[in-house]
Design a protein around this ligand. Sequence first.
Ligand code: ZN
Length: 387
Amino acid sequence: MASLRPITRLAPRRTHPYCAVHLRRHFATASDIRNPTAEAAATQHQQQQRSDNKVKIVEVGPRDGLQNEKKSIPLATKIELVERLAKTGVSFIEAGSFVSPRWVPQMDNSSEILEHILTKMVSSPVPITYSFLAPNAKGIDNASALLQKHTGAYITQAESFAGAIAGDKPAIELAVFAAATESFSKKNLNCDIATSLEKFKDVVQGAKKLGIRARAYISVVLGCPFEGYDVDPHKVAEIATSLLEMGADEISLGDTTGMGTAPRTQELLKCMAAAGIRNEDIAMHFHDTYGQALVNTAISLERGIRTFDSAVGGLGGCPYSPGATGNVATENMVYFLESLGMETGIDLDAMADIGQWISKELGRPNDSAVGKAVLGARKTEASTSSL
Ligand SMILES: [Zn+2]
């Protein structure tokens, strides 16, 4: 991609011992054009585009990332992960899940995490929405009880629409998880798609009663481990429409298996648009199992999607492909988006540090190529500047 060329060109410059500006990442955007007339035109164009340049990243590491980890993770580590992420500039963090510990033991202490968020002032440079999965009536009951116990400790949707900045109060969101294929739904949720949608009504309506946002995931939208690549995009659009009609604020389309390709992503989003679903109601959730996550992100950006899920350090695994990578790494996503001139508001250096730290805590390799490159460049910089 031509626009990425200057990054590699600038790489040696960054490590130059006499370079006054250390470690400044340079991305090729329209304003990098050296011709003054073209530059002015590009700046004007950029200003017009600015409102469209903001990208919302939903950091899913603490839930989607950690839930497949075999080793039990101490509550203190989970809370530290959430607190460190909160400081990076990210504005949405998926922090836990109110699912039965019999099914997902790793999410056992999610109520403590929610309570921590509601009672301790987690410091952050921007207001944060914390998302919790509540897949059934029991989940919503447990989450509701906790939220009602701490009424006033979180900002409601109405308050946030009204632009209220209630100190450092967090916003809370509850999420449900549907599947795009009958086989995956039966295997994962123990019921068919229609029954799962019926159950989700309680959760979405429960969230609305509490005055908070409801998010809905649809998994295996671009490939199913049981039914293969050929997932029907019309079926995905139909499920998304049902979820939006019941009151979901956002639909996250999950390429759970990482089987998605550029043409299939294109086809899926065309189908969503044809069904009348607005881009602002869609988030894309790519896994990097086959290395296609950023290609699929580029396709989604071109089609106007501005919300993407990712996990620091590429946390998460695919239970159906042992050894394969999981969620696309937040570090890779931020670097990629900013190289295109998009704004994420996230401090890439801080995110790279967290990716390295949590990978070490979990005893797993850091799965973010960008995270490792950022840390490597910093080491080189430190050694050359001490010469
Ligand atoms: Zn995922």
